[in-house]
Design a protein around this ligand. Structure first.
Ligand code: 3HC
Length: 311
């Protein structure tokens, strides 16, 4: 019996058909989607913190409005992805508990501090730029709810990337101090942005299987290379230099060769010892605990409303 179900599942994947929540799926397929999708959702929610830090410090009303809209979008992406994850039979409460207890991972990139306004430009340009490269292929991922969530998310990400690049353009064409601030932000955010794509393919636990299941449509190294090849020309337009002395155009490969990533730093940050890990998690736990009364009030109001409707 299972043999048949497995065959039907494999044929659907082979035909690029979407797997829907009610369809039979291998337990490992379910588990790896709960893992990746919940980490993706956690990343969106935690990602609001470094950016949110600058909403009250934005240099103009226009910058403040754009940053507010971006942070609000990230919240929406997170809730969208939590809903998509719940279709796999896991509750929202369980997912939050996994994050707050430190059990769940979220993207390493959000464990770095945002020390100047230029960081907000670098995050939009590099972090959202990397997120777009990573998320566009996910619009074709085999699990239906995840693919559909990604279509909506990608539309909003391009605005995030553009507003970040415009901040970097303004600074790099500004005063000497502004250009130095932009260069300093690029120096600090370049390598952590490359780490967003995960370990190299040969060291990646999940890539091979995720490619077979068409969860991933491109590997970590392919996406990282695409990001570098797209971003280096943008840095040249900004007149900023990429902090990698080994970065060099490779005519044969029609791609940039680049230096060795500091994988010790990557694993330190992933394991919770990055510059801001403790602070980010504590902020999330505080928000969850201090916000409990809002959730209770909303539930009480909804129940009272429901009773009124029945009468
Ligand atoms: N940060 C934290 N953990 C990471 C990581 C990173 N940058 N890259 C890899 N890892 C973890 C993996 O989760 C895995 O650990 P686990 O088995 O406990 O889950 C381990 O390192 C091995 O890595 P793999 O490459 O084998 O893991 P994946 O196949 O899951 O690939 C990934 C990692 C490329 C990040 C993939 O999970 C993915 O594409 N996720 C969806 C996209 C996403 O999460 N983007 C980052 C969020 S940025 C964002 O969207 C916000 C933006 O709007 C600003």
């Amino acid at each position: 019996e299972i043999k048949n179900l497995e065959e039907i599942f494999d044929q659907k994947i082979a035909r690029d058909e979407k797997i829907e929540p009610k369809d039979w799926m291998p337990e490992k397929y379910r588990q790896t989607h709960i893992r990746q999708m919940s980490q993706h959702a956690h990343s969106e929610i935690v990602g609001m913190l470094p950016e949110g830090n600058w909403i009250s410090r934005a240099p103009s009303l226009r910058r403040k409005v754009a940053l507010l809209a971006k942070v609000q979008d990230e919240a929406g992406h997170g809730l969208y992805l939590y809903s998509a994850t719940e279709t796999l039979g896991v509750s929202r409460e369980e997912l939050y508990e996994q994050l707050h207890s430190g059990k769940a991972k979220y993207s390493s990139i959000f464990n770095y501090p945002t020390v100047t306004w230029a960081d907000i430009g670098a995050i939009g340009w590099l972090v959202d730029g990397a997120a777009i490269i990573n998320q566009v292929p996910l619009c074709n991922t085999s699990f239906g709810p995840y693919a559909r969530a990604m279509v909506r998310v990608c539309k909003e990400e391009s605005f995030h990337q553009r507003q970040g690049y415009e901040i970097m353009l303004t600074l790099s064409k500004g005063t000497k101090a502004q250009k130095e601030m932009a260069q300093d932000a690029l120096n600090r955010w370049w390598w952590p942005s490359l780490m967003m794509f995960g370990p190299t393919d040969d060291k990646s636990t999940h890539t091979a299987q995720s490619m077979k299941w068409k969860l991933k449509r491109k590997t970590n190294d392919e996406l990282r290379q695409q990001f570098i090849d797209q971003t280096v020309p943008q840095a040249e337009i900004l007149g900023l230099s990429i902090p990698d002395k080994d970065l060099k155009w490779n005519e044969e490969r029609k791609s940039y060769d680049f230096g060795e990533i500091n994988w010790d730093e990557f694993w330190q940050v992933v394991k919770g010892h990055g510059p801001c890990n403790r602070e980010r998690l504590q902020t999330r736990v505080n928000a969850w605990e201090n916000g409990a009364w809002v959730r209770d009030a909303a539930m009480a109001y909804a129940e009272k409303n429901a009773e009124r409707k029945i009468k």
